[in-house]
Design a protein around this ligand. Structure first.
Ligand SMILES: Nc1nc2c(ncn2[C@@H]2O[C@H](COP(=O)(O)OP(=O)(O)OP(=O)(O)O)[C@@H](O)[C@H]2O)c(=O)[nH]1
Length: 618
């Protein structure tokens, strides 16, 4: 981070940049940059040549630069050398000529110190410049020439690097004129330096490291968001991925990483990536902001406008890909639509932020950074703000900051999603519980019994006898009538507790309704054991029930049937147990009867499964 600072200091504040890294100073620099306070060099007289001396391993060329416009793009080096006196100092901000349609000739007079070994590297660290022709002249004689630029494949460049660089072998004590012919469809941003090879490598390494880090971070976020999208199926993640992809592509183009490693020598990519990346990022912005802010704060027509905006950008991207429109139309589209997602989302974000909703606050924060950094970059592109490390990287830093803030928005969104899922699960559980539980006693109800019964009977066998005990209280109506319904309810609760206390953990107790209960016991080894359990339940009712204001005695009649002995399906077992219970009622109550087929069918039997199928036989 330190080396690039030293590499492009603007005369007015470059020394401050390299002297201190304190945050305050950086803020001041950004402030200066935004308000166009950086130095606009417009010297009246021809600038003095730059001195190349070993004591100063990195020299900025801009202070010595003069320029000659070539609108017809017809001038050759000979004509330009003859027109040396017509070169003028640039009137734009430091290190930038803004957007120009002409070809530009730059003249950098050089004076080599007598102490220098003459080995220097010319470097222009703005990789998107399409074509740069370098001419080194001495005494009006052409000494060397080279072709650089983004359209020049890596393997045909004098030095294979991310930026445009060329090694110079100069004579100690000699004077040279360095002519650069530059032509590009984008902005002519020209951080031109002459440095010693070691210094050049050190600086290149620093910038390469920075780009590696930022590109790696963006790639991680991209892969993560796509993985989340595939896992959770939440479309907001893929919209975020589109946004990141556009941003990443743009940075890879602007700082040369794409041409260096990804689309080496691919002219189509060099000419289309800037436009496509901007349109892709705008599409992602529209979609992401629309969904992230959706809710009562965003009017439906704003949502519709954002979706339409995304549609437009996709349309223009397709047209641009097939060369149906040129970069100037794309630039006009981006200038018009680029800010639209943020502007349309602003009211929604503000009202969210006012309610203390952190999503709104994060959006405002991200947009504040976006507006500042984009404004700085636009001014550099227009030639009104000087080039330095911070202004040159402002858009990339702003985009990275936004990516991280939006990731936080995604995190909040996922958290809300989990909360909603958890809430829905709890609702479902409580509905399920309500549907399967008797509200008075908390015991499973008939519906729940049905499901568990089928499972128990399926595993029944000679060594695993399953007993179905149907139980009905004796004289419960009288308790109700005598003491009231509340006492009756209390007694039913106490009966449930008594039954629970007298069965095994693995047994199932259910209340069918009224004063009817069922116990299912599985894992019994014999008919006798089933009989003993019925007796145990009867005995449990010998003791009275101590209610809050009364002590009640109540009897119990049990009818039971066994699987596999008395039946092999739930319906027939229930029917037999039910009939046996009514037989017990008729025999004087408070007894247990087995429904083994000897008991005649009872006219009271009304057991029916919940699925509505009719019981046809007993
Ligand atoms: N307190 C209360 N009573 C209920 C509830 N559900 C049904 N009942 C009453 O329970 C009684 C059950 O009737 P029966 O089983 O015929 O009355 P019983 O006196 O036990 O008759 P036998 O079984 O022949 O001894 C009815 O009076 C119903 O109104 C309830 O949730 N709470």
């Amino acid at each position: 981070m330190c080396q690039p600072l030293r590499k492009r200091p603007a005369p007015s504040f470059g020394l401050c940049l390299s002297a201190t890294r304190c945050t305050l100073m950086r803020c001041m620099l950004v402030f200066c940059a935004i308000f166009g306070l950086s130095t606009s060099v417009a010297a009246l007289s021809a600038p003095a040549p730059i001195l190349l001396d070993e004591s100063n391993p990195l020299v900025q060329a801009w202070p010595a630069v003069t320029l000659l416009s070539d609108p017809q793009k017809k001038l050759g080096i000979k004509e330009v050398m003859e027109a040396r006196d017509r070169f003028t100092t640039p009137e734009t901000a430091y290190g930038t000529l803004g957007l120009r349609k002409d070809a530009v000739w730059l003249l950098v007079p050089i004076s080599v110190s007598s102490q220098s070994n003459g080995l220097w590297v010319l470097d222009i660290d703005y990789p998107v410049l399409n074509r740069i022709d370098v001419y080194l002249t001495h005494d009006k004689t052409l000494m060397e020439q080279a072709r650089l630029g983004s359209l020049q494949p890596q393997d045909q460049r004098p030095i294979r690097s991310r930026s445009h660089s060329f090694g110079l072998k100069l004579k100690a004590g000699a004077n040279y004129d360095l002519y650069l012919r530059i032509e590009s469809k984008g902005a002519l941003i020209l951080p031109i330096t002459l440095s010693k090879p070691s210094e050049f490598h050190a600086n290149a390494l620093g910038e390469q490291m920075l780009q590696g880090l930022l590109t790696g971070l963006a790639l991680c976020l991209l892969v993560y968001s796509l993985a989340q999208w595939l896992t959770l199926g939440e479309p907001l993640y893929v919209k975020y991925a589109i946004l990141i992809f556009g941003s990443l592509l743009f940075s890879m183009l602007q700082f040369g990483v794409g041409a260096q490693y990804v689309w080496r020598g691919n002219t189509w990519m060099e000419l289309h990536t800037a436009g496509l990346a901007s349109l892709i990022a705008a599409t992602g912005s529209f979609l992401f902001i629309e969904q992230a802010l959706e809710g009562p704060d965003v009017h439906p027509w704003i949502s519709r406008l954002m979706k339409a905006g995304a549609g437009f950008t996709v349309f223009f991207a397709l047209c641009f890909s097939f060369d149906l429109i040129d970069i100037y139309i794309v630039t006009a589209v981006i200038s018009t639509l680029g800010l639209a997602p943020a502007l349309l989302g602003l009211p929604g974000a503000i009202s969210r932020a006012r309610r203390g909703d952190s999503v709104g606050i994060y959006f405002l924060l991200a947009w504040a950074a976006y507006f500042v950094t984009t404004a700085v970059m636009v001014e550099v592109i227009k030639g009104r703000v000087g080039v330095n490390f911070w202004t040159l990287h402002s858009f990339q830093f702003g985009a990275t900051f936004d990516m991280l803030v939006f990731m936080r928005v995604l995190g909040l969104r996922t958290k809300a999603l989990h909360k909603a899922v958890e809430h829905a699960r709890r609702e479902r559980d409580s509905l399920h519980s309500l549907a399967h539980t008797d509200p008075l006693t908390g015991l499973p109800n008939r519906r729940s019994l049905n499901a568990s019964m089928a499972d128990a009977i399926n595993h029944a066998g000679p060594e695993n006898v399953v007993a179905v005990y149907m139980m009905d209280l004796d004289g419960f109506k009288q308790i109700n009538d005598q003491y009231g319904h509340d006492v009756g309810d209390e007694l039913l609760i106490a009966v449930a507790a008594r039954l629970r206390a007298n069965v095994r953990h693995s047994d199932l107790i259910a209340r069918l309704g009224g004063d009817e209960f069922v116990v299912i016991s599985s894992g019994l080894h014999s008919v006798q054991q089933a009989r003993d359990r019925a007796d145990k339940l009867l005995e449990a009712f010998n003791d009275p029930f101590a209610l809050s204001e009364k002590i009640c005695r109540i009897g119990l009649t049990i009818g039971y049937a066994l699987a596999p002995q008395d039946g092999s399906d739930a319906i027939s077992l229930f029917k037999r147990a039910d009939a046996a219970m009514y037989a017990g009622k008729n025999d004087g109550k408070h007894c247990a009867r087995r429904g083994d087929g000897t008991v005649p069918a009872s006219s009271h039997t009304d057991w029916q499964p919940l699925d509505g199928s009719k019981v046809t036989e007993f």
